[in-house]
Design a protein around this ligand. Structure first.
Ligand SMILES: NC(=O)c1ccc[n+]([C@@H]2O[C@H](COP(=O)([O-])OP(=O)(O)OC[C@H]3O[C@@H](n4cnc5c(N)ncnc54)[C@H](O)[C@@H]3O)[C@@H](O)[C@H]2O)c1
Ligand SMILES: [Zn+2]
Ligand SMILES: [Zn+2]
Length: 394
């Protein structure tokens, strides 16, 4: 089959590889019909995530048709499913608490040591996201093996197009969980850093959860326009001093909750960000944490910090003093996708959540290398690329 493989920094290629097969009885095989490129994939493309190996198949946002099932899969051939990016067993201590991304059994034994050393405990597996998260082949491919297929995938009723439900695999539940973690109370003002897919779904979710005002921050005009379409007030950090503006907009109090949907590749000519960039480029540091620093400083006293954004390593200049002195709380983590799927599928079907607004480009899977470059270089216009294995090349 054809699959998109990582070969190094800014080097992804369409490779011909063996078709996947059933390995465990709970597996199924999916024929991919739609798969998307994620902001998290850019962290791989830009070479920030350790334990990648040449030839690793990328992609963790995908859906398709079940074409093969193991003896213990509960799925049936021919069903259409969306697959969560987190690989979780459904029956361990953490899955029992619906904390699927903390599953104890998602990683093959060989891969547990790396996460154990870095993070203290192994995490759930992830599709197409380095050997630290299991080394699983991803879904930017014609076919993909789905472990624990009796737990993860959600069956999509007939008549609902792929483009409406594909984002259940990751960014919609991630934006939703981000808003839930912000513990929004009716009347709250919520500030969201980053108007990529995650930030834009967090904006929509925050309003649905009762926020009175949402203030969205980015520097790409088109992305800010999309946030404004959902009712957010917007700040362009290249034109406005964000902290000062937030204070003015909230009568000097600060937002009740802040959401960092930027992550380890923060942009902007800020002193701390320049220092982070120098450290990252000389291997003295890993993450560029400007957004979360600014969010913590801007948040009102006693407010909530939600951090869906991905960070990987150890950071410095973290405003721990401000965090403690202001009495903030922080909730973060990879999304417990499985927990949110039934409710969010219903919300899409009832028309409460708009998903298709986000798709700026649809292209054949074979154009994936071009898609990665576009997503990296033209972030203003390119909000989300959906790859279709069945689509003919233009
Ligand atoms: N927790 C999870 O399970 C999970 C799932 C999916 C994605 N993520 C992470 O969420 C983050 C966002 O994902 P995405 O797909 O929306 O990514 P994206 O790269 O498309 O969007 C990030 C946005 O942040 C903006 N930005 C950069 N610097 C900024 C700054 N200083 N202030 C304000 N905005 C700034 C960028 O212009 C961009 O529009 C990434 O770190 C991604 O890895 C986490
Ligand atoms: Zn993703
Ligand atoms: Zn588990």
């Amino acid at each position: 089959m054809k699959a998109l493989a990582w070969h190094g920094k800014h080097d992804v290629r369409m490779d011909t590889v063996d078709d996947p097969g059933i390995v465990n009885p709970r597996d199924c095989i999916i024929k991919v019909t739609s798969t998307a490129i994620c902001g998290s994939d850019l962290h791989l493309y830009d070479g920030y995530i350790p334990t990648m190996q040449a030839g690793d198949i990328l992609g963790h946002e995908f859906m398709g048709e079940v074409v093969e099932v193991g003896a213990k899969s509960t799925l049936k051939k021919g069903q259409r499913v969306v697959v969560p990016f987190t690989i979780a067993c459904g029956s361990c201590y953490h899955c029992g608490k619906h904390q699927y991304s903390a599953c104890d059994n998602g990683l093959p034994a060989d891969n547990q040591d790396i996460a154990q050393t870095l993070y203290g405990q192994p995490m759930s597996g992830l599709f197409g996201y380095s050997h630290m998260t299991g080394g699983y082949a991803g879904g930017q491919a014609e076919y993909v093996r789905v472990p624990f297929s009796d737990v993860g995938p959600i069956v999509i009723p007939d008549g609902i197009e792929d483009d409406k439900v594909l984002f259940l695999s990751d960014i919609l539940p991630t934006g939703w969980q981000a808003a839930e973690y912000a513990e929004i109370e009716p009347g709250d003002t919520v500030a969201v850093w980053g108007c990529g897919p995650v930030g834009l779904f967090a904006v929509q979710s925050a309003f649905l959860m009762g926020a009175e005002r949402v203030i969205a921050i980015d520097h790409f005009p088109h992305r800010l326009e999309l946030a404004a379409k959902f009712g957010a007030e917007t700040l362009n950090f290249e034109e406005t001093a964000v902290y000062d503006a937030l204070m003015t907009m909230t009568g000097g109090i600060g937002p009740d909750a802040v959401i960092d949907a930027v992550g380890l590749e923060a942009h902007g000519l800020f002193v701390d960000n320049i220092v982070d960039q120098i450290k990252a480029s000389t291997f003295l540091g890993t993450d560029r944490t400007h957004a979360i620093r600014q969010a913590i400083l801007a948040c009102r006293k006693g407010g909530r910090v939600s951090m869906p954004a991905v960070y990987g390593g150890f950071v410095d200049k973290f405003p721990l003093g401000a965090f403690m002195e202001k009495g903030l709380t922080l909730k973060t983590g990879q999304t417990h996708v499985q927990h949110y799927l039934p409710g969010l599928l219903a919300a899409i079907m009832e028309g409460k959540i708009d998903t298709e607004f986000l798709i700026s480009h649809r292209m054949p899977l074979t154009d994936a290398p071009k898609g990665y470059k576009m997503f990296k270089d033209q972030q203003n216009e390119v909000t989300k690329i959906v790859l279709k294995p069945g689509m003919a090349s233009a």
